[in-house]
Design a protein. Structure first.
Length: 156
């Protein structure tokens, strides 16, 4: 795994303009999630040469709670023309919710999908009684780091 920095956010209700439809993550979505994840990460700081098969295994591990208990109520995807274009997967790790995956296909970047997904997940986690949300990000992914800071994340 490449270098990552941890960030944490104290959960408070987020203002969310629901301009997108948030669909829950289902087990039959795993391949579509992997395809979108590969398209989102290829040729970026987060890409480590993974194949579609590798990402299918990673998504499967998250959804099947191999890395920590998957929280389906706080995990969502956005589809356009029946194709998954952005998604967030939340798991419980060391007693705290963790953003296991958050990605948007390049073609749909800068449309507010990732921030909308993150805010939606934060609102659900807050209602479920959680206090914090943790994530890990590559420090050279400046767009993501700035998004997280804007929402209220600070360095761990």
């Amino acid at each position: 795994m490449s270098e990552r920095v941890g960030m944490i956010c104290k959960l408070v209700p987020q203002k969310l303009e629901e301009i997108y439809t948030f669909d829950r993550i289902n087990t039959y979505d795993k391949n579509g999630l992997a395809i979108s994840m590969l398209e989102a990460f290829k040729d970026t700081e987060d890409f480590e040469g993974e194949t579609l098969e590798d990402l299918n295994e990673e998504i499967h591990s998250v959804v099947e709670s191999a890395f920590g208990t998957f929280i389906p109520d706080a995990s969502f995807q956005i589809k356009q023309n029946k194709i998954i274009v952005s998604a967030i997967l939340i798991s419980l790790y060391k007693g705290k919710p963790l953003v296991s995956e958050l990605f948007t296909r390049k073609k749909y970047s800068n449309l507010g999908m990732a921030s909308s997904l993150l805010r939606k997940s934060i609102n659900v986690l807050f209602k479920l009684g959680y206090e914090n949300l943790v994530l890990y990000v590559h420090p050279r992914n400046v767009v993501a780091v700035n998004l997280y800071k804007k929402i209220g994340f600070i360095d761990l």
